[in-house]
Design a protein around this ligand. Sequence first.
Ligand code: DP6
Length: 352
Amino acid sequence: MRVDHDAQARNRAGERATAAAATAVAHPNIALIKYWGKRDERLVLPRTGSLSMTLDIFPTTTRVRLDPTAENDTVTLDGVPVTGQALHRVTAFLDLVRRRAGSSRRAVVDTENTVPTGAGLASSASGFAALAVAAATAYGLDLDATALSRLARRGSGSASRSLFGGFAQWHPGPSTAGAAEADLGSYAEPVPVGDLEPALVLAVVDAGPKAMSSRVAMRHTVDTSPLYEAWARSSEDDLAEMRAALRRGDLHGVGELAERNALGMHATMLAARPAVRYLAPATVTVLDAVLRLRQQGVAAYATMDAGPNVKVLCHRADAERVAGAVRGAAPEAATHIAGPGPGARLLGREER
Ligand code: DP6
């Protein structure tokens, strides 16, 4: 890969190209065709392709500063030190970047999250997308957007899609190929979209951390759910149809596909042994409100991730009405209206 050769050459020259620090921003994305299940845990290769909309709210900003004297990486999230499994995930990701850059320097990583962490609102997607851009820059890797998407994938699968603004599709990569080829083939890229003015109304019925991480839950689902293979097969068809509906600018088609794909994913979890159930009573209340909106002629369709919160896809012009209907039905729900947002980007680099 071009990038690694460049980095190796620079490293032979004494790591001159590394920055003292780099800061990047990324936004969360919500999958309309879900990623649920890996075929390779280490490389984070998914079983199926997925497709998402990047949001224009809740950005994550991450600064990576190389510290030549430190023996360990230190990570803070909103000023609070990160420890345990979460720290290990960041360190493992930085190890990957360091291996590619031929560097052994530790880093100080400071992240400001504006999305409620762990609430099923994809904080790991914006988090690892921002970290990939900031860390690659700080360690002197010159990666294009595709390579950054592959890199972000290693931190969290859904992060591969937050590299891009608007709608993005994450390719699973060739399933019969060896590891290196499969790794190269698994990245996200922007999806062409017709005349569509979409909004996602986020109905947060519970902003607390989720009971089971999506990583653990998807592994358990693949291992034990008799419905998993059927969903994975139908998800490939949903993806092809979703691309066509987006190209046509057909919000009804997009919404129907998104809703059935998400409900199917939750069905696979409910059939896991023991069951994984993220949907709460308030989730079902919001789903009923969405159905009523449709009966009133409003194009509104629901999707849910690894948590009880509902994201309602609708026309931008209907977003306030949809949010009001959701709050009317579930007064405990906080609503946020998001449109399509930008891809991850570097905010700045500080030289030594
Ligand atoms: C339900 O990307 O958080 O939001 O790759 O294990 O970090 P890991 O999982 P993650 O899973 C996201 C699952 C989902 C659906 C989606 O975003 O496609």
